[in-house]
Write a protein that binds this ligand. Structure first.
Ligand code: URP
Ligand code: ZN
Ligand code: ZN
Length: 503
């Protein structure tokens, strides 16, 4: 068993609240005059925070000796939940340059108060050892709360035995299967199917990187043999058909296993349509997309002087028309979440490993800091999604799917006081000169956005105060998460039965 410290504990919603009020632990904080926005409501009220949780929400609350925080002119959002990060992760012969220290600090600047990072496993190694390694990466470094997804690459008798034990001991309730990255991370269809069955039995959510790795491997070899070595061939050897095919295959296997599936980083119409089709059938199939797929396009890989390498993600950026399909799928609810897929490599010395051979460019990019603001600026301000949909995508939906709701993902009495005081009118320019990630470039260099987190609290403590970092490495707590089964049960029914009938 790993010796990780401050556990978030199992979801202890309402643990110190009773009907007559709350157990006062100190003088607390009172956030006044802000506009509270949740996935369902937008209203003006004050929020009292004490003992790390929200203890009271109401109009004109008395100060009772609390520290007053004036949020006039600002929205107060639940802290962002980023369901997809890779911090301090070995990949492509190198290691991501942002770790749990720089990555979580940058996340906090960007309005994210919880991340769920991917714990990689090695074939033949006990899963618990991999989890312990991931705890060590985060311990003493994280400034915001964090949980782990667990990669499954093989399903032999040992793994089968260990998975439920890990779920119970560690509160890890989501498994990741890679359908791509042949020769390294890729698992076969049998492993995916068996993982779906185990997840069904024990209440976990299976996440897939959906691309057909076998065919990509052939296309990459063919391109390199033909002397096609530039970054653009990364995109051209991973066509959308192979993402759509893998997404459809995973959905069918999910149906067969009567299980649940979450497709990470959906990039294109072919994949979004497969998810839509599955959901129309009533399957428990969910999808995530990322800011890069909503806002950047394939032609970025053609930038001169090898700059195209900065835009190498897998799956790759697509032709621009796909962006409308993704925005529509978000607005209709067929895609539920926005992940950053934070996986940063310096341009100098890391992305450059692929000069002369695009297949050696480490895949991934920096996004943990800008996820929240990009979605607000490009989504809400441009009328593509509503303010409440924004909160759902950036926070609430991930809390529900990954067993953190209602402790995280909303603003409610009893929830953790993870709050973002956000100035919706602040204009600024994104740049590597001003971001807080270690990585030496920004994929959105020079882009103007409107809206900025001013102050960010995690469990009632400021991590960002008036745009200054005031957090403490190691403050971030490890989060044990509820099973998918329980998360499903707490979902609010769309129509509520009462004695008078259905309302
Ligand atoms: O290019 C990407 N997406 N890198 C991170 C690893 C993954 O596939 O999510
Ligand atoms: Zn992936
Ligand atoms: Zn990823």
């Amino acid at each position: 068993m790993s010796n990780h410290g401050t556990s978030g504990g199992n979801n202890s919603f309402n643990s110190n609240i009773n009907n007559s009020g709350y157990e006062k632990r100190g003088t607390g904080k009172l956030i006044r005059n802000g506009i509270i926005v949740t996935a369902v409501d937008t209203y003006k009220a004050d929020i009292r925070v004490d003992g790390g949780i929200i203890v009271e929400i109401g109009l004109r609350l008395e100060d009772q000796g609390a520290e007053i925080i004036d949020a006039s002119g600002c929205y107060v959002f639940p802290g962002g939940i980023d369901p997809h990060t890779h911090l301090d992760m070995p990949f492509g012969g190198t290691v991501t340059c942002d770790d749990f220290a720089s990555g979580t600090k940058a996340a906090a600047f960007g309005g994210t108060t919880t991340i769920i990072d991917f714990c990689l496993t090695n074939k033949g190694e006990p899963l618990q050892k991999a989890v312990a390694r991931w705890h060590d990466k985060a311990l003493g470094k994280a400034v915001i709360d964090y949980g782990f997804h667990l990669m499954v690459s093989e399903l032999n008798a040992e793994v089968l035995e260990e998975l439920p034990v890990i779920m119970e001991k560690e509160g890890i309730t989501s498994f990741k299967v890679f359908m791509a990255y042949k020769h390294t991370l890729q698992a076969d269809d049998g492993t995916l199917y068996q993982t779906l069955k185990v997840a069904r039995k024990h209440g976990a959510l299976v996440m897939v990187h959906a691309e057909n790795g076998d065919v990509i491997d052939i296309l990459v070899s063919e391109a390199l043999s033909a002397g096609k070595t530039e970054p653009i061939y990364h995109a051209l050897t991973r066509p959308p058909e192979l993402e759509g095919e893998a997404t459809g295959r995973a959905a069918y296997l999910t149906e067969l296993a009567d299980s649940q599936l979450y497709v990470v980083h959906v990039t294109c119409a072919e994949a979004a349509w497969k998810i839509q089709e599955a959901r129309k059938k009533g399957l428990r199939v969910y999808g995530e997309t990322c800011p890069q797929y909503l806002l950047l396009e394939q032609s970025a890989l053609e930038k001169p002087n090898f700059e195209g390498a900065k835009y190498v993600w897998s799956p790759p950026l697509r032709e621009a028309w796909n962006q409308d399909v993704l925005w529509s799928a978000l607005a209709s609810g067929d895609l539920q979440t926005i992940g950053s897929d934070q996986c940063s490599f310096h341009f100098k010395g890391q992305k450059e490993l692929g000069r002369g051979d695009f297949s050696k460019i480490p895949n991934g990019g920096p996004m943990i800091e800008d996820r929240f603001s990009l979605l607000y600026s490009e989504g809400v301000r441009k009328g593509r999604i509503t303010l409440n949909q924004f909160v759902n995508m950036i926070s609430t939906a991930s809390a529900r799917l990954f067993g953190l709701f209602p402790r995280k993902g909303t603003i409610a009495v009893g929830s953790d006081a993870d709050l973002v005081i956000f100035d919706p009118n602040q204009e600024r320019t994104l740049s590597a000169q001003t971001h807080h990630m270690k990585v030496d470039y920004s994929a959105f260099e020079g882009m103007k956005v409107t809206g900025e987190p001013v102050s960010v609290l995690v469990r009632g403590e400021f991590v960002i105060r008036d745009k200054q970092f005031v957090g403490t490495p190691g403050y971030g707590a490890y989060l044990r998460r509820d099973s998918f089964r329980i998360a499903e049960q707490v979902r609010v029914p769309e129509r509520i039965p009462t004695e008078e009938g259905i309302i």
